[in-house]
Ligand binder design. Structure first.
Ligand code: HAM
Length: 422
């Protein structure tokens, strides 16, 4: 074979598509219950949307974007995340005129040129929610509850919810000075990447996965100790709302997230069923993003979850749903005449809402029965010269193995009754 898919991308084959549809349907149902409405944005945007929105110094913008110039010499990027495009669309379409609070959700493919590994792809899919227009801590709690609810409805357990507050930019500035003081005498012991992070964005040192750096990071000052009164109060409210609603969480004092737009609440949901890429879901407030895009002050909060990672967790926890792959009826034919007549029956039965198929490879009866079995057919209708003569079908119930002969005029009734009781 000459061609292979691009590294870090996946073909989603028919047997997996049914799992995707199951997850997507569940997401839509849950979003609907929480009154979030779907929104879709283009697959590419001006590069500026991401550079400004996510931050020049972040890994996503500095290393991972698929960017190109179009024929009009515009710098374009395939979207690596959805928060910046949603905010761009919100402002461009004056959505604040439609509702004071817009609760939006999306399911979308995204693109990041990362080093592929289990749970880390170059084209992956996220679903997420963005609530734009309120700074109420109740909204933070509701959004976290939504993320947890969806995981719960998918049957996923043993997740860890980690929360932190990154405060406002003023508190962060003081904190970063403090961090620099702490790191400075230790820099020689930190890895090469952390030494450059020290200059560009010392907060990123807290995310470093290097063993020595992780050890050195154990005594770093905590951001929560530098929050101003408003941020502390906001965080306190979010925590107490989570507790009152029995949402278990851990404070993760060094959780800063990999995108620069966050203010106040940040959170991540991780699963021990994933390897090093253990985050299923991440999010937080981004109260200043609208202004960064030239819009009016507009507080907002959101989260996104990786669907491939969710499916890995569901697989590990045996929660994948295989019910979708079956046929109600398989029509097995013997001879030219039966093959011809069976086409009319396919149509007739499909009009009744039944999932029906037949053989199109002129296979032997034995091979057709094997095919019916492989496709999880509930009932096989056999049609040959004898049956045509008798104006009947030989019927095999694939569960019980029982065979009977049913006249053509009674077959609809038989199928209705039989399939209803299964
Ligand atoms: P993020 O943490 O970059 O946040 O991504 C959210 C989730 O997307 C991750 O927890 C992970 O499950 C999945 N993900 C990210 N990168 C990959 C990848 N290369 N392969 C597979 N899955 C991946 C955001 O994107 C923010 N926009 C979330 C947000 C929404 N914050 C506020 N609103």
């Amino acid at each position: 074979m000459k061609y292979r898919r691009i590294k870090g991308t996946q073909d989603i084959l028919p047997d997996m598509v049914s799992q995707w549809q199951y997850v997507e349907n569940m997401i839509r149902q849950c979003m609907d219950l929480f009154n979030y409405q779907e929104m879709r944005t283009p697959v590419f945007e001006l590069t500026e949307v991401f550079a400004r929105g996510i931050g020049q110094q972040t890994d996503i913008v500095s290393k991972e974007m698929y960017s190109f110039q179009d024929k009009g010499k515009k710098n374009i990027t395939l979207k690596p995340e959805m928060t910046a495009p949603v905010m761009r669309a919100y402002l461009e379409n004056n959505m604040s005129n439609m509702a004071a609070l817009n609760k939006i959700y999306y399911i979308s493919p995204l693109f990041r040129q990362e080093n592929p590994q289990a749970g880390r792809l170059r084209q992956f899919h996220q679903f997420g929610a963005e609530a734009i227009g309120s700074n109420a801590p109740e909204l933070d709690a509701e959004l976290i509850m939504l993320a947890m609810y969806i995981n719960d409805q998918l049957g996923i357990s043993n997740l860890k919810l980690k929360v932190n507050s990154v405060g406002d930019p003023d508190s962060r500035e003081i904190y970063i000075l403090e961090l620099k003081n702490y790191f400075k005498p230790l820099l020689k012991q930190y890895c090469h990447d952390c030494n450059s992070r020290y200059k560009s964005n010392p907060l990123r040192i807290l995310d470093c996965k290097n063993k020595t750096c992780k050890e050195l990071n154990k005594n770093v000052p905590k951001l929560v100790d530098f929050l101003n009164e408003r941020s502390s109060k906001h965080f306190g409210m979010v925590k107490s709302l989570l507790e009152d609603n029995h949402i278990d969480y851990e404070i993760e004092p060094y959780l800063v997230r990999g995108l620069d737009y966050y203010t106040d609440t940040v959170f991540e949901i991780t699963s021990e069923n994933l390897g090093s890429q253990d985050a299923v879901c991440g999010g937080g407030r981004y109260d200043l993003l609208s202004e960064q895009f030239g819009g009016p002050p507009t507080p907002a909060i959101g989260f996104a979850a990786g669907i491939e990672r969710l499916l890995l967790v569901m697989q590990a926890q045996d929660k994948l749903n295989n019910d979708e792959n079956f046929l109600d009826v398989y029509i097995c034919t013997m001879g030219e005449k039966a093959s011809h007549i069976s086409m009319t029956w396919l149509q007739k039965l499909r009009k009744l809402g039944l999932r029906v198929d037949r053989d199109f490879l002129k296979r032997s009866v034995k091979a057709q029965m094997r095919d019916a079995h492989r496709q999880n057919a509930k009932i096989v209708l056999l049609l040959g010269d004898n049956e045509i003569e008798n104006k009947s079908f030989s019927v095999k119930d694939m569960d019980s193995g029982k065979q009977s002969e049913i006249s053509l005029k009674d077959i609809e009734k038989y199928l209705r009754n039989h399939l209803k009781t299964q």
